[in-house]
Design a protein around this ligand. Sequence first.
Ligand SMILES: *Cc1c(COP(=O)(O)O)cnc(C)c1O
Length: 455
Amino acid sequence: MKKIPHRIYLTEEHMPKQWYNIRADIGEIPPMLNPKTLKPITVDDLSLVFTKVAAEQELDTKNAFIPIPDEIRDRYFAYRPSPLVRAYNLEKSLGTPAKIYYKHEGNNTSGSHKLNSALAQAYYAKEQGIKSLMTETGAGQWGTALSEACANFGLELTIFMIKSSVAQKPYRKVIMETLGSKVIPSPSQTTEAGKRILADNPDSPGSLGCAISEAVEASMRDEYSRYALGSVLNHVVLHQSVIGLESKIALEMYDEYPDVVIGCAGGGSNLAGLIAPFVRDKVKGKGGPRIIASEPISCPSLTRGKYAYDFCDVQKVTPLTKMYTLGSSFIPATSHAGGLRYHGMSQIVSKLYADGIMEAVAFGQAKVFESAVYFAKNENILPAPESAHAISAAIDLALECKKTGEAKTILFGLTGLGHFDMTAYANYNDNLLSDGSPTDEELEVSFSKLPDIRR
Ligand SMILES: *Cc1c(COP(=O)(O)O)cnc(C)c1O
């Protein structure tokens, strides 16, 4: 066997020419429903809000492989294929016989995997003759990624950024503005949804659900404007499949195959993208690894949620989706893993979890930051708090291997960098992190408000 280097770099020729559409292989998923008619959503319904191609990809259950347009691949080449790193130093420090690999998606300005879908969505908008995109951002990674993509393809971008995040991460706003985007703290007076929320509570710190409602409303005002979302949806998962496809190719070059694949789960897009080709092996009867989703105990959609139809936003304008959810009225306790604070979960991840193809674990902030710092001290990358959920799960497994003596091969997704999370790290250093986890009673109240739809 060839000696495995610390960083496995693929060349441009290795970069996938097609995305993998996991939906073609995992069986039927209950359809998304139009919130007004309760009928299955159509491409025409979705095209009012998203670009036409995104709408088609969203509902495509037939085509397992979808070509990546050359214009998008050319943009991917600026930062892809991303390195697959063998964490030799981490392994040594843990004293584990396990082999640990991570796929590093932090090497673009957004510091996250989100550019993989942002580029695709911006490209399809440009092709359709759309002039401007609207979106929301919580922690700021998605807004930054879409700013990069819109700058690449010459589109205008308006971003509704959660007001409390603007205060917490002021430099994120500066990056987005530097790349030419307009950033509006949400809730704002520029939309009816924002005005309604401000009338109730002038000091509202904002929320992801509210920012989504504002961005959707703003995009509906103009026929040359569309909305773009950075996670949860099937077309986003499709674009993120480059993460898993590249990982599989890189491992194959060294005759490696993972025993376990781990990803952090917010809306589920990086996780689903990372595991997609391995799930394919599993459903095609070719073995396949153990798959683990890692989420925060403050927002435990998989580990404590219900598999039920629910709305994707607070104002209930988005399609009803069958997913693991804490209820669209659930407001998670504040946590520094902003990218993981979503009440629901991608349909695809939900289906895989319901079918037992995947497991899930949840961690509190203290443990997550301890793992993050341990990782940084050994691998010289300060991870995003979101990514550190996957690191925590990987370290736990590696320590189990140390006990049993098994040399398991572990692959996890390092979704991004923590450079903009200094408030979070400062709180960890000062012992100020708290772990709000919902009580069963709180969840019951939220579940009782779920729409009554059984399918
Ligand atoms: C947004 C984000 C996540 C979570 O989003 P998913 O859709 O669940 O992948 C994880 N890590 C980072 C760095 C992010 O920016």
